[in-house]
Design a protein around this ligand. Structure first.
Ligand SMILES: Cc1ncc(COP(=O)(O)O)c(C=O)c1O
Length: 437
């Protein structure tokens, strides 16, 4: 069997170090290598396989659509595209809004910014985003992201991007100790940035509501306050729900936890939209934003925008979340997972913080010293012990996601309770096995 090691240029790694097994099959929360080794997927790969691997209803929908019609451009209508747009507007309650389809998360964020700017009549209007965020790896989304890995490659100023400190309450950049104070200060920092530059020049604020690869989980007061501050100033709020959507945070979309007080003007989706069975992203626009674009030329497009195969997968995915009551399952299992992780924190002093738990998403933050919260190696480096822990877990058939000093748990929403508990037991044992001094 051919191996891609020498021929494919791989993402986010040193090419010479890439040496992963070939995966040939998947089933629920597991994926399987060509040597037969089964892996329990505790991160839904890139936090995207919310429905698990090879969800039968999604696979069948793709097969049916492939037999009927693989592709037609957005210049023509396509049934699955219409059905998915309607389904998303209904699930999000964006009555009278519209949906623009993209190929993934980065281009969804780029388009959300385009639409917000056009709707505000500010084609180059400023956009406020935050430090320690991730919105994609295209040039504009690198400019939007506050990501230490890519910041040298792009000048945010050239893209009209302003950055503000994040609502990272464990290491609050505003020097607060209570999470609510950090949430409050971070939302006020956005308001101050808008005021400093003039609301007339700021088109939008783009933020991840409740989960992201940089491991920040905002305190509960942050999002509604951010919404109130942006609304007061007439600046659009874009929720990047690429990771936090589709049950990951215990709701269809994470902002819904706050009800109408959390409703953004636009939201971006990808990953769980098809459960990663086929690439697809989307921008959902509120009725107000859509209305402003209604009689203007839209100068943008993607050849594969609203690809019927992907949309058919999306329609089946929406049904699978609802039929399996997976959003509710994520909420209750997420709470249980979070409680177990907090118990682990009582036993292992290397755990500085555990956050998340609104759904099947939690972050374990490791520290060398609990009092000083010192890291083992500077962010975003990964300590030798944590690398060892991940490698050992993999040998034992559990795949974990790690960023810097963070273990990010985001299993498929279909994971068996017993598998999840066994995996947490394994993390417990491995934390005791490695040297964290
Ligand atoms: C919050 C968030 N936004 C955007 C993206 C980019 O999505 P994509 O990799 O599909 O371009 C990601 C990917 O991890 C993400 O987590």
């Amino acid at each position: 069997m051919t191996n891609e090691r020498d021929d494919v240029l791989h993402s986010w790694c040193v090419q010479a170090d890439w040496n992963a097994p070939t995966i040939v099959a998947g089933e629920g929360a597991h994926f399987i290598a060509d040597n037969g080794q089964r892996y329990l997927d505790l991160s839904s790969l890139a936090e995207c396989m919310n429905l698990g691997h090879q969800h039968p209803a999604v696979v069948a929908a793709i097969q049916r659509q492939a037999e009927q019609l693989c592709f037609v451009t957005a210049a023509w209508g396509a049934e699955p595209r219409a059905a998915l747009a309607r389904g998303l507007l209904e699930r999000s309650g964006f009555d009278g809004g519209r949906v623009y389809f993209t190929l993934g998360g980065a281009d969804a964020n780029e388009h959300a910014v385009k639409f917000a700017r056009q709707a505000r009549g500010l084609p180059r209007g400023r956009v406020i985003a935050r430090e320690r965020s991730y919105h994609g790896a295209s040039y504009a989304t690198m400019a939007l992201s506050g990501d230490s890995r890519t910041q040298a490659q792009v000048d945010p100023d050239a893209f009209g991007v302003l950055r503000v400190p994040p609502p990272y309450s464990y290491r609050c950049p505003f020097g607060t100790t209570a999470p609510a104070d950090c949430g409050d200060a971070a939302a006020r920092a956005v308001a101050e940035a808008i005021d400093a530059h003039g609301a007339a020049d700021v088109a939008a604020v783009l933020m991840e509501p409740n989960a992201g690869t940089n491991g920040i989980v905002a305190p509960p007061n942050y999002w509604p306050q951010l919404r109130a501050e942006t609304r007061q100033r007439g600046v659009y709020l874009i929720a990047d729900e690429v990771m936090s959507g589709f049950g990951r945070c215990g709701e269809w979309f994470a902002w819904q936890r706050h009800g109408e007080a959390g409703r953004p003007d636009l939201m971006t989706l990808a990953k769980g939209l098809t459960g990663a069975h086929v690439p697809l992203g989307a921008v959902v626009l509120s009725a107000e934003v859509a209305e402003r674009l209604e009689h203007e030329m839209l100068y943008t497009g993607l050849t594969y925008c609203g690809h019927p195969l992907a949309c058919a997968a999306g329609v089946a995915a929406l049904a699978a979340y609802a039929d399996g009551q997976l959003i509710e399952r994520s909420r209750s299992l997420g709470r249980a997972m979070f409680e177990r992780l907090r118990e682990l924190a009582q036993r292992h002093t290397v755990i500085g913080d555990v956050r998340g738990g609104d759904g099947l998403f939690a972050v374990i933050e490791l520290v060398r010293d609990r009092d000083s919260r010192a890291l083992h190696v500077p962010w975003p480096g990964v300590s030798a012990s944590l690398r060892g822990l991940v490698a050992r877990a993999l040998e034992l058939g559990v795949s974990l996601a790690v960023r810097g000093n963070l273990i990010i748990l985001a299993p498929p929403l279909v994971i068996a309770e017993r598998d999840l508990n066994d995996a947490i037991d394994l993390i417990d044992r491995l934390l005791a096995e490695f040297d964290w001094s």
